[in-house]
Write a protein that binds this ligand. Structure first.
Ligand SMILES: N[C@@H](CCC(=O)N[C@@H](CS)C(=O)NCC(=O)O)C(=O)O
Length: 206
């Protein structure tokens, strides 16, 4: 790993937390730089030009280079570590869950958490309000699938914790903030406790 590691982030974001949790579990030091996304601080000309033209955090800075996208940043940090399966099939299976997280999980569970907790249910636009039931159904479908997969197994891939677990954990363990009832998913609840019990586990608000 070459160069100082700086995380450009908004601490309450699960995508940013994934990167902090990966670093903590691996004993890596991260300098943290906070941006207020509610004030558009990731949309300034300086941020767009220097940090991420896509105007979003997290971005992991390595020396003078930048890695946007939470799961890519986690993958960089975990290179060569126990969090990346060596077996090519297991590695691809881990990536499958990380891509799935970005397509089927985060856009539903994280978005409802943001709409409920930051925008406010009474301040949603008409377009957002129309999407709430669809995102609720899709979020519950994602949690159901996770629950079925975890029934009878400890981790998403193989017999050990991998980045698939960390990337899925970030928004799942706070899904109640988006109005999801995790008591409906007992295998998910057990898996959440399993992750919280790992040495060097870092809570989201630490
Ligand atoms: N797919 C991206 C999503 C990044 C993202 O949506 N970041 C949000 C916070 S979680 C953000 O920067 N929002 C501020 C904005 O869009 O202006 C990732 O996994 O990093």
């Amino acid at each position: 790993m070459s160069g100082k590691l700086v995380l450009h982030e908004y601490a309450a974001s699960g995508n940013c937390y994934k990167v902090r949790l990966t670093a903590a579990l691996l004993g890596l030091e991260l300098e943290r730089r906070e941006y207020d996304i509610m004030k558009g601080e990731t949309r300034t000309p300086e941020f767009l030009e220097r940090v991420n033209p896509n105007g979003r955090i997290p971005v992991l800075q390595v020396g003078d280079r930048f890695i946007p996208e939470s799961n890519a940043a986690c993958h960089y940090l975990a290179d060569g570590s126990r969090l990346l399966p060596r077996d090519p099939f297991d590695h691809a299976d881990m990536l499958h869950w990380m891509f799935w997280e970005q397509y089927n999980h985060e856009p539903n569970i994280a978005t409802l958490r943001f709409w409920m907790g930051w925008v406010g249910a009474d301040k949603l636009s008409d377009a957002q309000r129309l999407q709430v039931p669809l995102k609720r159904e899709a979020g519950n479908a994602a949690l159901r699938l996770m629950n079925e997969h975890l029934s009878g197994r400890d981790w998403f891939v193989g017999n050990a914790m991998s980045l698939a677990d960390i990337c899925l954990f970030a928004y799942t363990h706070v899904a109640d903030g988006g109005g999801f009832d995790l008591r409906l998913y007992p295998a998910v609840l057990e898996w959440i406790e399993r992750i919280k019990g790992q040495p060097h586990y870092l809570p989201m608000n630490a």
